[in-house]
Write a protein that binds this ligand. Structure first.
Ligand SMILES: CC(=O)N[C@H]1[C@@H](OP(=O)(O)OP(=O)(O)OC[C@H]2O[C@@H](n3ccc(=O)[nH]c3=O)[C@H](O)[C@@H]2O)O[C@H](CO)[C@@H](O)[C@@H]1O
Ligand SMILES: C=C(OP(=O)(O)O)C(=O)O
Length: 424
């Protein structure tokens, strides 16, 4: 963690921006490649740090990959079981998908506990419950999870998730896709990224039915053969971030490559705030916004309001003429942006766990702040654009985990922004 973002704020932004492929699809699709019996190609791959770290993990298993101009080629045909590099594993949350993928491929997996955003406790008990139901034995020792199967290997099973979990749903799909028999996941997560993964697997011959609903049925298959390039869906969280930026400091911004249906809970809130969103096919135009109405937001699993957009929308709420409230039911401790926004002059607080109160704060002034995690970083980035003077966001590496070519995109919109090493 040694980069900082420097923003000279107070400028109005305008122009066009194109959304990249979804981080949360990409980070599941890349581990899924090791289940394939052929090379695989993805298009619309975002240029984010998580991709490079996943490539390091693949490489440690002799899975060669090449990433150029949004295309990622992965060849898993010469894969070898090997110890996975713990620094790369710790650099992102989704490295835990190698548990399900390795289990599906080899019937065993040894993976260090994953890293990822520090947004409060992130247990993986439901992943483990799923692996056990499929016939695996799991034990944890010294920050490492050891998953094994007996001579009979994995088998299909019925699994009811105690809570809706994106990660557990995906990990169980990865483990079950080649397991003999039928697996049924009940109370499954319904995120579009899960549908994207199922589409990728099904196009290779998998039988994953019902992705996007809360019951997913999987018939195990023997082989997975890639025949076509898989184009990754657009990142709805990146889109929501640019929609927020446009409402906060835009003088007319057109955002391309959006699936509006993936953002309905978000766009309906923006409309409620008085932002005149003009939705046209796969693009949304945000004209200059002059008046914002305070609102209440409650995060919940998809199709509810995404926890990952709770922070990016916060700077827009700071422009509303009254008090807004956010209740984060997924990650009540996801409040690490608050103390930093206050440094810029924001009137924002969280007196009760999970509840954030935002009051009108129109006179922000640049300061030195810290991005504790990716979306806290996004909130600070937008607030830094709103503030007069210079804002320095330390630990900007978090932003680079998930925002595709962010400096270039912001510069195209007229922002004065750069990312440099922290010791400069
Ligand atoms: C790589 C990726 O896709 N990350 C997303 C994914 O994270 P991730 O997959 O880690 O989040 P989950 O959907 O699993 O978590 C949802 C809730 O369930 C809880 N839980 C989860 C699993 C478990 O075994 N036990 C348990 O208690 C979590 O603590 C959390 O409160 O979904 C989150 C919630 O939409 C998003 O913020 C992340 O951006
Ligand atoms: C929490 C997030 O990511 P991860 O699950 O990869 O840490 C996020 O994208 O907001």
């Amino acid at each position: 963690m040694n980069k900082k973002m420097i923003i000279n704020g107070g400028r109005r932004l305008a122009g066009d921006v194109t959304i990249g492929g979804a981080k949360n699809s990409t980070v599941a699709l890349i581990p899924a490649t090791i289940l394939a019996d052929t090379p695989v190609r993805f298009d619309s791959v975002p240029d984010i740090a998580d991709v490079y770290n996943l490539q390091i993990i693949l490489n440690s298993m002799n899975v060669k990959s090449k990433f150029q101009h949004s295309i990622l080629d992965v060849d898993p045909t010469e894969i070898k079981e090997a110890a996975l590099p713990s620094t790369a594993i710790k650099s992102l949350r989704a490295s835990y998908y190698f548990m399900g993928a390795l289990l599906g491929r080899f019937g065993r997996a040894t993976v260090t506990f994953p890293g990822g955003d520090n947004i409060g406790p992130r247990p993986i008990d439901q992943h483990i419950k799923g692996f056990k139901a499929l016939g695996a034995e799991v034990h944890e020792e010294n920050d490492t999870i050891y998953i094994t199967t007996g001579i009979n290997g994995l088998h299909g099973a019925r699994i009811f998730l105690d809570m809706v979990s994106v990660g557990a749903t995906i990990n169980i799909i990865l483990a079950a896709v080649k397991a003999p028999g039928q697996t049924i996941i009940e109370n499954a997560a319904r995120e579009p990224e899960i549908i994207d993964l199922a589409t990728f697997l099904n196009n290779m011959g998998a039988k994953v039915r019902g992705a996007g609903t809360d019951v997913i049925r999987i018939e195990g298959v023997l082989e997975l053969n890639s025949r076509a390039t898989h184009t990754i869906i657009p990142d709805r969280i990146e889109a929501g971030t640019y929609l927020s930026l446009a409402a906060a400091v835009g003088d007319g911004i057109m955002i391309h490559n959006i699936i509006p249906e993936h953002l309905e809970s978000f766009t309906s809130k923006m409309i409620e705030m008085g932002v005149d969103l003009q939705i046209d096919g796969d693009q949304i135009y945000v004209p200059k916004t002059t008046q914002i109405t305070p609102i209440s937001i409650k995060t919940s699993p998809y199709p509810g309001f995404a926890t990952d957009l709770q922070q990016p929308i916060t700077p827009v709420l700071m422009l509303a003429d009254g008090e807004s409230k956010i209740l984060d039911t997924i990650y009540p401790k996801r409040v690490r942006h608050i103390v930093e926004l206050r440094r810029l002059g924001a009137d924002i607080a969280s007196a009760v766990e999970g509840v954030i109160t935002v009051n009108q704060s129109t006179n922000l002034v640049g300061s030195v702040v810290q991005a504790a995690e990716i979306r806290a970083g996004a909130a600070l980035m937008i607030a830094g654009m709103m503030a007069d003077g210079q804002t320095v966001i330390k630990a900007a590496d978090h932003i680079l985990r998930g925002y595709d070519r962010v400096v270039w995109k912001l510069t195209q919109l007229g922002a004065d922004v750069e990312i440099i090493a922290e010791d400069n």
